[in-house]
Design a protein around this ligand. Structure first.
Ligand code: 8YV
Length: 313
């Protein structure tokens, strides 16, 4: 397959990149000093793209690659890929579901614990020598609280399993109730927010979920409520979130994702009730390798004339 030319538009795990480079002729756009020059030079020979999360593919890029057949994303979320444009051009799009469920769910639970038990603040307290001057303020018990899961898919269920092991009670909201689900369904997000202590955001990003966690939902979650977002920043109205936290209308937040990454609203930096992470849900050696390898396997299958392993519907 060495004659097949692939464009790598975003970083991937080094061992997976090496595997892709050993099978294909890979042009690494994200390492190029002059991206337009690279595109102009190789664009009309590229048959596959490998993306990564926010490094997606828009219609303009697809137009610059007239022989493009497949877009293989490293990541489950495909909101940075223009799926309509891909469909119109008859392109195959793949992602990397399942292999990241456990690590994203671990981080979701970690943020829940860190926020309720104030772990980051406690760490800062000890380092600053403040313990010598007095006791650390109390946190909140995890067990017995209700977690409302927005997006009861594969990762949502992996989070539910962990939260239940910590003694939490689970409810969920999505477009429709899931047959045979073990947990109570809410048709309205604001109703679930009113009834839960921790709102866990783990639904896909994109137009359909843009700002569905708005000021009304945040106020329903309330001054004793905690928002955790490990999905996409676009799902939450970020200015409304900052306002609700500043005004005490929302209790606390644990955030791994933001609307304009890597830019994070500076107002959050001074808030002790907020735990911040740099979009690291899937960032472990094991999972990033599994994601990269799956993307490469999708490319291999496609160019061998076989069905791809994990197509995006
Ligand atoms: C990636 C993710 O870390 O799979 C996804 O959709 O959000 C993560 O696994 C992310 O895309 C990189 O920023």
């Amino acid at each position: 397959m060495k004659e097949i030319e692939i464009l790598s538009v975003g970083p991937m795990y080094p061992a997976s990149l090496e595997a892709m480079q050993s099978d294909f002729n890979v042009h690494v756009l994200w390492q190029a000093k002059d991206e337009p020059a690279l595109l102009a030079r190789v664009g009309d020979r590229i048959r596959g793209i490998q993306c990564f999360g926010p490094y997606g593919a828009n219609a303009k890029l697809m137009d610059a690659l007239p022989k493009l057949e497949i877009i293989a994303n490293v990541g489950v979320g495909v909101d940075a890929i223009d799926l309509d444009a891909a469909r119109q051009r008859g392109l195959t799009v793949t992602n990397t579901p399942d292999v990241l469920n456990e690590c994203v769910a671990d981080l979701a639970m970690g943020l829940t614990l860190a926020t309720l038990r104030r772990l980051s603040l406690g760490d800062r307290f000890v380092r600053a020598g403040s313990w010598l001057k007095g006791a650390f303020p109390l946190g909140y018990k995890v067990g017995g609280r209700t977690m409302g899961i927005l997006g009861y898919g594969r990762i949502g269920k992996a989070i539910a399993k962990r939260a239940e092991a910590f003694g939490m009670h689970i409810v969920y909201h999505g477009r429709k109730p899931q047959p045979g689900a073990a947990h109570k369904y809410y048709a309205k997000l604001a109703d679930m927010a009113r009834d839960c202590d921790v709102l866990m955001v783990i639904c896909p990003g994109g137009a359909a979920t843009h700002h569905i966690v708005d000021a009304q939902v945040l106020e329903a979650l309330g001054p004793d409520g905690t928002l955790i977002n490990v999905a996409r920043g676009s799902v939450v109205d970020e200015p409304a979130l900052v306002r609700a936290l500043a005004e005490g209308k929302l209790g606390a937040a644990g955030l791994d994702v933001f609307e304009d990454e890597p830019r994070v609203p500076e107002a959050l930096f001074a808030m002790d009730q907020v735990v911040l992470q740099p979009h690291v849900g899937s960032s472990t050696h094991e999972t990033r390798k599994a994601m990269g390898d799956l993307a490469v396997d999708n490319l291999r299958a496609h160019f061998a004339g076989k069905p791809v392993l994990t197509p995006v519907a």
